[in-house]
Design a binder for this molecule. Structure first.
Ligand SMILES: NC(=O)c1ccc[n+]([C@@H]2O[C@H](COP(=O)([O-])OP(=O)(O)OC[C@H]3O[C@@H](n4cnc5c(N)ncnc54)[C@H](O)[C@@H]3O)[C@@H](O)[C@H]2O)c1
Length: 380
């Protein structure tokens, strides 16, 4: 990433979307508005309504001109999209795409946000909820990996067709898109420098199904080629089905993992279990010139309007946006904001309250978001 001098002000676009996306974006806004004056940084926030509910009301999933506003922003924060129509099914647009496609997958493709970088850590004090019981299952010092998902092609390339009897979805894998995301993975392993928790070795694990799929053969071949430029980083290959077991039973083996679009979508939801669930998991959609940060969860319609969503993933995603902008513009103020948000969330998890129900607590979303704000401010 090419770096530039700090800017006088930064323009952030907020895309609330649907359901709990709207709620957690309001928490992100409140956090930014609280800490920006203390950091001495001006952040101009522009909110663009979007998603399935917006489509039902307006016949399109975001207002005209939104593409340009996202393109002009220094960074984008996304809540989550997805709303059910009167028939109880997720709202789809006339072209068959989900309503909310434009702000999420559309932005990833148009802004060439080719790497979806998903850190997976288990903060000390995390209680894992399994069958309604809460216990510390995974050891925090054994979970510290990053899963990088190719974000612009694969099974989500949007190419396919369907009639009453047959449907196809074309999985496009190109050497160009594979190479840049794999290179990102090797560079990240080098930057992190701490390797996998088990043996401290810098390692990139390529998650594929190359025994069956042509696209995975090309992805793996590209991985082998890129790896030649990183002799200090160990190459590792995992078949996606076996990886799905090892990520939960031996998470300490993994440092940085890289995979294709849909495999990455699925294995990162699975890996979120190590973190305490979807309410803790962040996705950084990053390209060479643009970036969009989001919780990996969806709009969770059953939780919407009930003050029950865990806002921490969205607030950690906000921290990641600060970190990315801080690196891009060599702006220490934003790096400081990132560190304070991370430390605030860690302190609350370690203390064990206030937490939402997904982490075994009984607090509401707003109370948790207020605690993160307070703890962040206390660190600035
Ligand atoms: N990037 C996105 O915008 C995105 C991602 C995934 C799903 N979706 C959409 O979201 C809608 C709902 O999908 P879903 O139910 O499969 O996935 P979801 O992520 O919304 O919910 C899955 C489960 O996790 C829980 N959960 C999610 N976020 C939580 C949080 N912050 N705090 C506590 N619990 C949380 C939910 O209650 C639910 O039990 C669908 O329309 C789907 O298309 C959007």
């Amino acid at each position: 990433m090419s770096t530039r001098p700090p800017k006088a002000s930064y323009d952030l676009v907020l895309l609330p979307g649907d359901g709990i996306g709207v709620e957690v974006i309001s928490d992100a806004r409140a956090l930014i508005e609280a800490i920006a004056p203390k950091l001495g940084v001006t952040l101009n926030l522009t909110e663009i309504p979007c998603g399935g509910k917006y489509f039902l009301d307006h016949g399109r999933d975001w207002p005209e001109g939104s593409e340009e506003r996202c393109k002009a922003a220094d960074a984008i924060l996304l809540g989550a999209v997805g709303w059910n129509g009167p028939d109880g099914q997720p709202v789809a647009m006339p072209d068959g795409k989900m309503a909310g496609w434009n702000p999420v997958i559309g932005n990833r493709m148009r802004l060439d946000l080719y790497a979806n970088i998903r850190p997976v850590r288990c903060l000390p004090g995390t209680k894992h909820g399994i069958s309604g019981q809460f216990a510390s299952v995974w050891q925090p010092d054994k979970v510290d990996m990053v899963i990088i998902r190719e974000n612009t092609e694969g099974l989500y390339s949007g190419i396919g067709e369907r009639d009453a009897a047959r449907a196809t979805d074309l999985r496009v894998i190109t050497r160009r898109a594979s190479e840049r995301v794999i290179r990102t993975a090797f560079e990240l392993s080098r930057q992190r420098g701490r390797g996998a928790p088990a043996d401290k070795k810098k390692r990139v694990t390529c998650i594929v199904k190359h025994n069956v799929l042509q696209g995975c053969r090309l992805f793996l071949e590209t991985f082998r080629d890129v790896a030649k430029d990183f002799p200090d980083v160990e190459q590792d290959v995992a078949i996606v089905d076996a990886f799905s077991m090892f990520v939960l039973t031996q998470p300490e083996r993994f440092d940085v993992c890289v995979t294709t679009n849909m495999f990455g979508d699925i294995v990162t939801d699975l890996a979120s279990v190590l973190q305490g669930g979807m309410g803790m998991a962040v996705g950084c959609n990053v390209g060479d010139d643009h970036a969009m940060f989001e919780p990996i969860h969806g709009s969770a319609p059953p939780l919407a309007g009930k003050d029950r969503a865990n806002p921490m993933a969205m607030l950690l995603a906000t921290g990641e946006a600060f970190a990315w902008l801080g690196r891009r513009y060599s702006d220490e103020r934003l790096a400081k904001g990132h560190a304070a948000i991370e430390a605030a969330v860690s302190a609350i998890i370690a203390r064990g309250e206030p937490l939402t129900a997904d982490l075994g607590g009984s607090a509401g979303r707003a109370a948790v978001a207020a605690a993160v704000r307070e703890e962040t401010l206390a660190r600035l």
